[in-house]
Ligand binder design. Structure first.
Ligand code: PLP
Ligand code: COI
Length: 341
């Protein structure tokens, strides 16, 4: 199959319209059969629940071309599971896992010409999402929903590829205790929009959010979890019930232990301990692992010994192993790779 004429090595993380997307509608208590459409536009009532009360959830995963030319996705069953956790918390219908996997299969297959070739550094980003579509004016959930998946080829999430980032500790909160920080609801990202514009205006790449209750513990950024490497080589990642349970992070913790023989800890991480860490990274589907060189906390600067020029050595090993598994250079644990036939 002939690939599209795109300068794969130079695309950023933006929207490029592809040929086909999947849509399925939930009405009268059930999902319709669903299928592909070329229509990228959505028509809905001005009073649709998603527009008035932000009843929308989403997922993010990628399709990769492997070294031997296959097209694969990475652990999509976990995205299906997380979508359903989000749906439950947002009073939306669950989507059968098989339907989710089928939607991914169909969208990737139909847009195979947009899956970036191996070795270009680009990937096909997939965005499954579900929203309440019927008119609702009293505050209550919708009764009709759409589930969709579109695909867009993407390059690195942060400009500059894998150059270490400078982030700041923000005074804004992203998620409330007992709120929705642990699910992938659009409203969490709406909360972060002002904070990210402000961070960029001040010259920072991202925000580090703290726990809203005590403001002493590290949570996550607007779109990725944190991992830290201690000076004795242990991988530490924050435990919190108000952050998104990152699939990349869960995979990295496994890889660290089982492939690299490193000790790992998921525990509360205090802002006070960051000065003692050797390396820091942001992890997620979009971020992959993006190294952090410096964290600015008001008048205080934490500069990691790994510096501002390149990824720290342990972060690099994690990065190489994870991307090696995703691109088929390293054997994956059972069930991690979902091949698109
Ligand atoms: N945290 C937030 C707020 C995110 O939006 C994402 C992206 O999906 C992540 C963490 C990373 O999650 P995953 O590794 O499953 O993509
Ligand atoms: C992802 O990594 O898939 C996300 O949803 C994060 C978003 C900031 C693009």
């Amino acid at each position: 199959m002939e690939k599209k004429n795109i300068d794969w090595g130079n695309i950023g993380f933006g929207y490029i319209k592809t040929d086909e997307r999947y849509v399925s509608t939930y009405k009268d208590g059930k999902w319709d059969e669903g299928g592909l459409t070329q229509d990228s536009m959505i028509t809905m009532s001005e009073c649709a629940c998603v527009l008035q009360y932000a009843q929308t959830i989403f997922e993010g995963l990628k399709a990769y071309t492997t070294e031997d030319g296959r097209i694969v996705t990475f652990r999509p069953d976990l995205n299906a599971e997380r979508l359903n956790q989000s749906a439950k918390r947002m009073e939306m219908p669950e989507l059968p896992t098989e339907k989710f996997l089928e939607s991914i299969r169909e969208v990737v297959s139909a847009n195979a010409a947009y899956v970036p070739p191996y070795g270009t550094g680009a990937t096909l980003y997939l965005r499954p999402f579900m929203f309440g579509i019927n008119p609702v004016i009293g505050v209550k959930p919708a009764t009709e929903f759409q589930y969709r998946v579109f695909a867009t080829p993407v390059g690195p999430y942060f400009k500059g590829g894998i150059k270490p980032l400078t982030i700041r500790v923000t005074d804004f909160d992203r998620a409330a205790p007992n709120g929705t920080g642990h699910i992938k609801a659009g409203l969490n990202y709406a909360m972060s929009l002002h904070a990210i514009v402000d961070a960029h205006n001040q010259g920072y790449d991202e925000n580090m959010y703290l726990d809203a209750r005590t403001r002493t513990k590290v949570e996550e950024t607007g779109g990725a979890n944190f991992i830290f490497v201690t000076k004795d080589g242990k991988i530490v990642t924050p435990k919190s019930d108000s952050i998104l349970p990152s699939i990349t992070r869960r995979s990295l913790m496994y890889v660290a232990e089982k492939y690299l023989g490193l000790e790992t800890e998921t525990r509360e991480v205090y802002l006070d301990e960051l000065k003692d860490m050797a390396e820091c990274g942001l992890c997620g589907t979009a971020a992959v692992i993006s190294p952090v060189g410096k964290i600015v906390n008001h008048d205080d600067e934490i500069c990691f010994p790994s510096g501002m020029d390149e990824m720290g050595p342990v972060t690099k090993k994690l990065y190489d192993t994870l991307t090696g598994i995703q691109m088929g250079r390293i054997e994956a644990p059972e069930g991690w790779i979902f091949e698109i036939k």
